[in-house]
Ligand binder design. Structure first.
Ligand SMILES: [Zn+2]
Length: 131
């Protein structure tokens, strides 16, 4: 039986890929790793990880419930990484441009964002959309 690839698009199973990062965020070595793990957290409606992987200054714990409800209400179709600038293991900041595809209320939609990631407490977190 073929194991399904991780939702983030890497050629590994979820258990060998983003699941490990969801249990230990320090395993996201690059901004792109963190980006992919956040996409998978949306697919899995993992609100705790979405909170943990967002910078403390832009995180809104009050939105966790709504985020989880929304994530569960859409059908996720995939993630495309368009570009990643810096964000390597030795960097403190980086940007990742991505498209996330999903179906919401029977409509195919996508989010296209250039996101800023920075290190907080020694691991990568999502900061917000690049201004
Ligand atoms: Zn993954």
């Amino acid at each position: 039986m073929k194991t399904e690839n991780c939702p983030c698009g890497r050629n590994k199973s979820y258990d060998e890929c983003c699941s490990l990062i969801h249990k230990d965020i320090f395993l996201a070595k690059t901004a792109e790793d963190l980006m992919r793990s956040r996409y998978t957290a949306f697919v899995k409606a993992n609100g705790d990880y979405l909170m943990q992987s967002q910078h403390s200054s832009t995180r809104k714990p009050t939105t966790k419930h709504d985020t989880v409800r929304w994530a569960m209400s859409v059908k996720w179709h995939g993630l495309e990484i368009i570009d990643a600038v810096r964000g390597s293991e030795s960097d403190e900041q980086g940007t990742v441009e991505f498209k996330a595809f999903f179906m919401e209320r029977f409509m195919n939609r996508s989010i296209h964002e250039n996101s800023v990631f920075i290190k907080e407490n020694g691991h990568w977190v999502y900061f917000g959309e690049a201004g």
